[in-house]
Design a protein around this ligand. Structure first.
Ligand code: SF4
Length: 216
């Protein structure tokens, strides 16, 4: 029997945010998060004991099905997915989704970067939190950075995170993507993020388009 993971929900939809916005993906929302963001829009996912434990085998068959229906990658999200060791999940997905016609399915993860790293990913979205900053490892390895904007301190935090990444990566080419995303329903967050993106073209505005479209 493969490892069991607590799963809040799993569904095939479009990625609503960030660099891959608008692309077909299969989402697995793992339960459990101790980061405690006051404005969290998935608070229901925090307590992992409330959710069924699902085997990796069962997840794999749904991933394969979603792929046949068009999902071009999977997104591990939460909660904070790295509260769980993801080595076995990633290994099985990679080893068992390759066919004569298709390469192994790509795996994306969305993380706050506070837990130890496990698994292997084709795309890492780091969404660092001001009250619980990420480990340097994630600043170095992430492909995109997404800062949630609620108030002016978040703008300052966005600048600091980017500077820290450039300090860490100063000797190599930095190809990361940088996004500011207003917290949902935060008028102040919208104004600040829009103004910041206008004045700082190396940052891009990200919106939770799935919420505007009323899709998952
Ligand atoms: Fe919510 Fe994500 Fe913050 Fe956890 S890290 S509290 S899931 S916003």
């Amino acid at each position: 029997m493969t490892k069991l993971l607590p799963v809040v929900e799993k569904f095939h939809s479009l990625q609503g945010e960030g660099f891959h916005c608008g692309k077909s993906a299969f989402f697995i929302r793992l339960a459990g998060c101790e980061v405690g963001c006051p404005w969290c829009d998935t608070k229901h996912s925090w307590d992992s004991k409330k959710y069924p434990l699902i085997s990796i085998e069962a997840l794999l068959s749904e991933i394969k099905e979603a792929r046949l229906e068009g999902a071009s990658f999977i997104v591990l999200t939460g909660g904070e997915p790295l509260q769980h060791n993801l080595d076995e999940l990633c290994e099985i997905i990679k080893n068992r989704t390759e066919t004569t016609k298709l390469n192994p399915v790509k795996i994306h993860i969305e993380t706050s970067g506070v837990n130890d790293f496990s698994g292997f990913f084709d795309w890492i979205t780091l969404s660092p939190k001001r009250h619980n900053p990420p480990q340097d490892f994630f600043l170095e390895k992430c492909n995109e950075v997404k800062i949630i904007i609620n108030d002016t301190n978040d703008i300052e935090f966005a600048r600091n995170i980017k500077n820290k990444i450039f300090d860490i990566k100063k000797h190599s080419k930095n190809e990361k993507k940088f996004f500011v995303q207003p917290a949902w329903n935060s008028n102040r967050g919208y104004k600040l993020a829009i103004e910041f993106a206008k004045r700082n073209p190396d940052w891009t505005l990200s919106l939770q388009t799935h919420k505007y479209l009323s899709i998952q």
